[in-house]
Design a protein around this ligand. Structure first.
Ligand SMILES: C[S@@+](CC[C@H](N)C(=O)[O-])C[C@H]1O[C@@H](n2cnc3c(N)ncnc32)[C@H](O)[C@@H]1O
Length: 368
């Protein structure tokens, strides 16, 4: 099941999903803000902050108990290679982080979302609250999670991406309105924030879950980037508006959505290249100096000084290295057109001339 909004209570709905089936979770849960009454701007107009029933709990214990239940479900659903991102404010992030650590999640980063256009502190009674925190975690310390490092760098004008992110809060035409023109949702998150999270911590075709869908920002970002999604939301109205929003979004093919900067090229075997005529049985492989050749066998191994080795072990021997094996593609050369050429260059040539239509579309990341 994917590309759906499930209208229901999140813990109950998550319990029906298959264990270890989700690649990425983004959770924007109730914050338990404990705000009371209406806030007024300096000029007297009302400010619609988050005072929603879904954000109310009887006590911190009650809130912590709820958090523990949905985070336990998240842990059950995440693949061993999956990631979870949880967003929160000072009212909840410490509780959420504490529960996550107790459940065994391993933190990768905490990210400050610095709001470039924060809601002012109308009364001037404390600092203007201009950030929220995102916790990025994986199932355990040894998890081999997706991090599209080069994509993150590309998104940051070629510089390594840090843990303070500057985005405006959702406003203007991005903000969903109800039939009376009021804000549909008090806590709609910016699409750009979700796009960044999905682009850097998932692969094309991955399945993204959002247990607290709201206006379906996560689904919109996932669809735009060619990921699958499951959104859970209890409120009918949010689901209806959210479905319209998702229907209006399309996949946008780009270097980012293809994770092109980080995709590893498909593996190619020597035998495959010999069979395709890119190398010939009996031809000589040498180091850069062109001396002391090894000879290629039909099975991709090399004969060197009358002994047979795989080409990685043989490269270590020929280089006289302490290491038993090195990457042979970094060392061996062959003659092409009267010049010594690295076998890695021949392999690149093979890849370029034998690209499957599938790897063109997905960067080789997805089974299709
Ligand atoms: C903080 S908002 C999420 C906003 C969303 N990220 C967006 O960009 O629109 C939390 C949402 O979770 C929903 N919610 C709260 N408790 C829930 C529960 N137990 N089961 C399902 N949905 C719930 C609320 O109705 C609310 O829309």
């Amino acid at each position: 099941m994917h590309d759906v909004i499930i209208n229901g209570e999140t813990i109950h709905e998550m319990s029906k999903l298959e264990a270890k089936s989700i690649d990425l979770i983004f959770a924007d849960p109730p914050y338990f803000m404990q705000t009371h009454g209406v806030l007024h701007r300096v000029e007297g107009t009302e400010f619609q902050g988050c005072n929603d029933d879904w954000d109310k709990f009887s006590s911190l214990n009650d809130y912590e108990g709820f958090s523990r239940k949905w985070l336990t479900e998240c842990r059950r659903l995440l693949k061993p290679s999956g990631s979870i991102w949880v967003i929160g404010s000072m009212q909840c992030i410490y509780t959420l982080g504490h529960v996550m650590q107790e459940l065994g999640f391993w933190f990768i980063n905490d990210i400050i979302w610095h709001k470039t256009n924060p809601t002012p502190n109308f009364t001037g009674s404390r600092l203007n609250n201009s950030h929220e925190t995102l916790l990025w975690a994986v199932p355990d310390k040894s998890s081999r999670f997706t991090f599209n490092y080069k994509t993150a760098k590309h998104l940051n004008d070629g510089k390594q991406l840090g843990s303070v992110w500057r985005f405006p809060v959702c406003s203007g035409s991005e903000r969903l309105r109800d039939s009376q023109g009021r804000k549909l949702h008090t806590t709609q998150k910016p699409l750009a924030l979700l796009e960044r999270i999905i682009a850097i911590s998932s692969k094309p075709g991955d399945l993204v879950l959002d247990p607290f869908g709201g206006t379906m920002t996560t689904g919109a970002a996932a669809k735009k980037l060619g990921r699958k999604y499951i959104m859970i939301e209890r409120d009918n109205e949010y689901c209806t508006y959210g479905q319209k929003r998702l229907d209006s979004v399309s996949f946008e093919d780009s270097e980012i959505s293809r994770a092109e900067f980080d995709v590893k090229p498909p593996r190619v075997s020597m035998i495959e290249m010999i069979n395709a005529g890119y190398f010939t049985e009996g031809e000589s492989f040498t180091l850069k100096d062109g001396k002391d050749p090894a000879y290629l066998q039909a099975d991709g191994k090399l004969i060197y000084h009358d002994e047979v080795f795989d080409m990685h072990t043989c490269a270590a021997r020929a280089k006289n290295l302490k290491a038993k094996r090195v990457n042979g593609f970094d060392y061996w050369h062959v003659m092409r057109g009267g010049e010594l050429v690295s076998i890695a260059a021949v392999r690149e040539n093979y890849r370029a001339e034998n690209k499957s239509p599938c790897s063109d579309l997905t960067g080789g990341n997805v089974n299709c």
